[in-house]
Design a protein around this ligand. Sequence first.
Ligand SMILES: Cc1cc2nc3c(=O)[nH]c(=O)nc-3n(C[C@H](O)[C@H](O)[C@H](O)COP(=O)(O)OP(=O)(O)OC[C@H]3O[C@@H](n4cnc5c(N)ncnc54)[C@H](O)[C@@H]3O)c2cc1C
Length: 417
Amino acid sequence: MKHAHVIGAGLAGIAAAMALADRGARVYIYDSAPVAGGRCRSYFDRELGCRVDNGNHLLLSGNRAAMAYLHAIGAADSLAGPGRAEFPFVDLKSGERWVLRPNEGLLPWWIFAPTRRVPGSRPTEYLALLRLRIATADATITDCLRPGPLWRRLLEPLAIAALNTMPDRASAALMQAVIAQSLGRGGGACIPCWPSVGMSESLIEPALRRLAMQHAQVHLSCRVSGLDVVDQRVVALHLPQGRRELEPGDQVVLATPAPVAAQLLPGLTVPNEFEAIVNLHFAMPPTLRDTTPRFIGLIGGIAEWVFVKAGHLSVTISAANRLVDEDAQALAGKVWPDVSAALAIPATPMPAWRVVKERRATFAATPAQLRRRPRARTDLRNLVLAGDWTDTGLPATIEGAICSGRTAAETLMQLVP
Ligand SMILES: Cc1cc2nc3c(=O)[nH]c(=O)nc-3n(C[C@H](O)[C@H](O)[C@H](O)COP(=O)(O)OP(=O)(O)OC[C@H]3O[C@@H](n4cnc5c(N)ncnc54)[C@H](O)[C@@H]3O)c2cc1C
């Protein structure tokens, strides 16, 4: 039986480990953190008295790899969501509210239905999206799309959320990849969903249970600090407890964040510019009567998306490098009025809050950074790369991370030992 050593227990590493275990490998996973999940994790917050995610994560039904992964780990039923393609929005400046409702089939007749499309937008604005298809590799989103109601009320917030990069810097080609997987496949591919309890409960813990049944060993608080390479092969891993020699047929998946991969493999080119995501969690205010799990997009405020979750409200602000050095209390004070306006509840008193700043949430999805994404295969004969920063053709997302893990496992299988 082949031994596969997976460095990094984020979604990419876990997806790779699952694919390798399914093909009969004995899998060893190492992660420097005390819990698995990487950027996709949940924990109990004492201040708020409930479990929270490090950040709100939204999936779409068109994320095929993510949905297949959830089915494989038996967690497909652990998601919440409206069950149909519905995106409620509020414009904080005008107070206008609407629900975007793409129709199910491939023919997008919803853009001709004023009750389904963005108020104030015209069907021709939607057709302009086709310009993304012919975008050059250097084009940014704003090179291709023009300002207007559709831009302000849908495309700009969608681009920021999906690419975690401001549209004047973000790659048009990558935006096209997002549209192709979602709106391009019709409303059936645009059903929003999110873990009803938490990221760890939906995406990580069930996968670890499945791996345990396949006799995979997961070593947490186990940082890999170096790789010994001889004759283009990794022959040992440096672990906290000492050097772990690999056997001749052993294989390695390097599924750490990009900067760590570059440290472990000197000379590897990886994305080196990052964007933050700031999440603010607020204790559930007693004045909110309808606590049904849901989300709402906010136009014209500092908060971008508000989720109503079990026991708390949670706010996402993407492409947030500008906010990471702001005082947390001041930030909560600025964001809460947007939340209370969106949910139509009194602005005072502000409930207990928690600010979570993920400084390196994703690589900056600029054309220049995309050119730095490496393929899974490396010059080493028994090591491949995985991670949302590798060249998946997708943004740094759950879908991208899972695809990268699967690609890494397939690539490893094809390597001659
Ligand atoms: C706040 C936030 C919100 C997000 N929202 C969304 C969303 O709405 N939808 C969506 O699809 N995606 C979203 N994402 C992106 C998604 O979370 C990531 O793309 C995905 O989790 C990345 O997985 P990964 O395995 O590639 O990397 P990581 O999760 O970073 O995993 C890498 C692992 O390597 C470990 N590691 C690091 N160094 C070492 C070492 N030396 N030795 C051993 N282990 C090491 C780390 O501890 C970590 O567990 C969001 C991300 C953040 C941060």
